[in-house]
Write a protein that binds this ligand. Structure first.
Ligand code: FPP
Length: 282
């Protein structure tokens, strides 16, 4: 029997989620740098692999909670391009965990309307991982709920350089002029082109770095850094991050006063529209 996430929630959890949903606009896109697996294992005198294994439990819970909350996009940094430099055995373990995760989870993700995607230099992954990944992506391609993106063999700088190369090719072919390159147009060349920029970027284990994750896309992301190590991070921690996010003022370079004024202007325009439509419907 496949678990339907909307049925299996405790009443307390439903209450917390309802309060969050009433608290304002939740992020459309959450990005997570899952860090601290090695330290979690070391603290327990366990091999690093045990930390990664436990980290998968956190992935499961956070995917489920995000889907229940109606979050549109969740992107997790599962393997960076720099991670290839780790000891061969650790890389093998991570690849094998990824494969197991996909094999075990894909039916449940699919049954819960999750669309799986991946970004990164995917052809660097072992062939068997590529096959399972592609099958999983294809299977869930038509789903309309949460989009779960795995960043695998990913580097933000690499994606930006790739985009610049493709832009240069288009200019050489004569299909693009340099004057037409805007922020929006540049974004179209990135692997993240079909997603909104992350509104909230979470990093676990207290490190204050972006580590080459979504460098272009995180220009205006709200950062939330917690000391919690990734294998201990569960939905309660996500809720804390969301509460914190709901209390932030996102200014996008403007002043607080400008934001208040544009809010007031929007409210006034809304009232005028309502008055006009009430007249036209008489
Ligand atoms: C960073 O912790 C974590 C990783 C490099 C891998 C993250 C992978 C998982 C959580 C499991 C696989 C993921 C999916 C989506 C199936 P670290 O090893 O750098 O920890 P440390 O800084 O404490 O050493």
């Amino acid at each position: 029997m496949i678990n339907q996430w909307k049925d299996g929630q405790s009443p307390e959890d439903k209450d917390i989620q309802a309060t969050l949903l009433e608290g304002g606009a939740l992020p459309r896109h959450i990005a997570i740098i899952m860090d601290g697996n090695g330290r979690w294992a070391m603290d327990r005198n366990l091999p690093r692999a045990a930390g990664h294994q436990q980290g998968i439990e956190s992935v499961r819970d956070i995917v489920k909670a995000s889907s229940q909350l109606g979050i549109g996009f969740l992107t997790v940094y599962a393997f960076s391009m720099e991670n290839w430099k780790r000891p061969r055995v650790e890389v093998q373990i991570l690849m094998s965990l990824l494969k197991t995760y996909l094999l075990q989870e894909i039916d449940e993700l699919h049954a819960n309307n999750v669309r799986l995607q991946a970004i990164g230099k995917l052809n660097a992954l072992p062939k068997n991982v590529q096959t399972i990944l592609n099958e999983s992506i294809e299977k869930t391609a038509g789903n309309t709920g949460l989009t779960l993106t795995l960043a695998l063999s990913y580097s933000g700088r690499w994606d930006i350089v790739r985009a610049v190369q493709m832009i240069a090719l288009d200019i050489r072919r004569g299909t693009l002029s340099p004057e037409d390159i805007t922020d929006e147009h540049f974004s179209e060349y990135l692997l993240t082109k079909n997603m909104p920029d992350p509104d909230l970027m979470i990093r676990t284990s207290g490190e204050m770095r972006l580590s080459n994750f979504l460098l272009w896309e995180s220009a205006y992301s709200e950062m939330y850094i917690t000391e919690r190590l990734w294998p201990d991070f569960r939905r309660e921690d996500l809720y804390s991050a969301l509460r914190d996010y709901l209390n932030r003022e996102r200014r996008f370079g403007k002043t607080s006063q400008q934001l208040r004024e544009s809010d007031e202007k929007e409210q006034q325009q809304g009232s005028i529209r309502r008055i006009i439509s009430s007249f036209s419907s008489r």
